[in-house]
Structures are given as structure tokens and as C-alpha cells.
Ligand binder design. Structure first.
Ligand code: 6PG
Length: 253
């Protein structure tokens, strides 16, 4: 079972500050050991402030962006210019403010009509960047950032959807009937191959699902975030006091 670390801060801003410190540390370690830092980004709204903080003094100059490559953990089936695009959110919060080669930014083209083919292409891209075969075991991202929805989903691994059962593919098209949409998403095999997985979770609406994910009955179809368990990596939860309010003290130590 991977080690679980909790960082609890009073406010979402402080949560993101601590997560930015973790990012800087992970990037330094990865680049000194392997010459590069491969990160899979979370979408949604919570991580926006983390991405903004990374462009601020104290982080922007201290992080080696030229040896960082950005991937996405999931993407909505919308164009890059859509207000719903995770890519657009990160581009505005981070990419536009740091000097990083476009070739190091790997958007998920989830607006493509053939989402299965686009997912296979993205898998091939990951394999090429890691220098491995897409049919082999999943490579280890240095850091996978994740959020968690109020329904316990993470990335675009929603309750009772087909992608939850995927044991081999790294990236798939996933139909999400409860949202009447399709998503492109990384799967548990590649998430759980990561050297480090970090959840960013804030707000009172996440307190009950977070309790269910961490302390409730095991039911990973209902609470998919329960299935995140990096086999050889670390797992950390960056949470604010509101989101962690229902967690027992014993788990937070
Ligand atoms: C997405 C995200 C998704 C997100 C959760 C939490 O595409 O929406 O990848 O998994 O992390 O829905 O979102 P918030 O941080 O906005 O609550």
C-alpha cells in the first residue's frame, strides 16, 4: 500500500502554496536524477490557483521549465478555446506566463470525433516521450495531479463508467452518461504507476465524499478515487480544513 501523506491548510490558497512547494521539490528531484520532469495535470477549478502560484516569484525562477513536460490527466470533449477546456484553464493560468517550448505541452485533443483513435494517439505520444512501447507496462510519471469531484470521481474516471475497469490501456475514451458526454482520460494503470500522486481537494462539498473515499466502505465503482493507489509511489492529499472536516484525526497524522 503506498504511503499516504496529508497536508491540511486553512484555505484553498494555502493548500495550493504547499502543493507548489511539493511541485518544486519533485521537479528538482526528477531533473537531477533523470534530466526531466514529466507531470500529468489535473483539470477542474481547484488546481487553477496552484498553476498561477507556480508563475509567481519564488517558484517561476526556481523551477527548470525547460526540462519539464506537461501532459493532461483528462480532458473534456470540447475545443481548446472552450471555457470548459482543461487545457485552456492551464494555458491561461500557467503556460502563457512561463517560457516552455510548445513541444513540451501535450494537449489531449478530446474534441476529435474519433475519441478512441485520439486516445490511442495520445497513448503513443506518451510512449514516444518516455521511450517505451505503448503495449508494455505504463511508464512512471514523476507527478500526477488529481482532483476529486463531489461524486468521488477523479480525472474523468466517473462512477459506474467503463474506464474504471480498464487494466491495460493508459488513455481511453470514456462515456459519462451522468453528464451526457464523453471524456478522454488517463486510466488507473498509468495513474498508479506514478512516482508521486497528489490530490488537491478543497471546500465543504468535498468533505463527505472525501470521508467516503478514505474511510467509508470499499466501493470503487461508486467512489472511483478509492482505486488510486500508486504501487511504488507516494500519494499525498493537499486539502483545506473544510474538505478534511469529516476525517478522523488518526488519518491525518
Ligand atoms: C475535470 C477534472 C476533474 C476534477 C474534479 C474536481 O476535468 O473536471 O479533471 O477530475 O479534478 O471534477 O474538480 P474541481 O477541482 O473543480 O472541484
Amino acid at each position: 500500500m503506498s504511503s499516504r501523506q496529508f497536508v491540511v491548510e486553512a484555505s484553498p490558497h494555502d493548500v495550493c502554496e504547499r502543493a507548489a512547494e511539493m511541485w518544486r521539490t519533485r521537479a528538482e528531484e526528477a531533473i537531477s536524477e533523470r534530466g526531466r520532469f514529466f507531470v500529468a495535470l489535473a483539470g477542474g477549478s481547484t488546481p487553477r490557483e496552484l498553476y498561477q502560484i507556480l508563475t509567481a516569484r519564488g517558484f517561476r525562477q526556481q523551477i527548470d521549465w525547460s526540462n519539464t513536460e506537461f501532459f493532461f490527466g483528462d480532458e473534456r470533449s470540447v475545443p481548446a478555446e472552450s471555457n470548459d477546456s482543461n487545457f485552456r484553464m492551464v494555458r491561461e493560468a500557467l503556460f502563457e506566463k512561463i517560457a516552455v517550448p510548445d513541444t513540451h505541452i501535450h494537449r489531449m485533443p478530446a474534441e476529435q470525433h474519433d475519441l478512441e483513435a485520439a486516445s490511442a494517439d495520445y497513448e503513443q505520444l506518451i510512449a514516444d516521450r518516455f521511450g517505451v512501447e505503448p503495449t508494455g507496462p505504463p511508464p512512471a510519471f514523476d507527478l500526477v495531479l488529481l482532483g476529486m469531484g463531489t461524486d468521488g470521481h477523479t480525472a474523468s474516471l466517473f462512477p459506474f463508467t467503463t474506464a474504471l475497469a480498464e487494466q491495460h490501456r493508459w488513455v481511453v475514451a470514456n462515456e459519462v452518461p451522468q453528464l451526457k458526454t464523453w471524456r478522454m482520460t488517463m486510466t488507473f494503470p498509468i495513474i498508479n504507476a506514478a512516482r508521486s500522486v497528489a490530490f488537491l481537494i478543497s471546500g465543504e462539498t468535498k468533505s463527505q465524499p472525501l470521508f467516503e473515499v478514505l474511510c467509508g466502505a470499499v466501493n470503487a465503482d461508486l467512489y472511483p478515487a478509492q482505486r488510486v493507489a500508486p504501487a511504488n509511489g507516494s500519494m499525498s492529499f493537499f486539502v483545506d480544513q473544510l474538505a478534511s472536516a469529516k476525517l478522523p484525526e488518526s488519518i491525518l497524522r
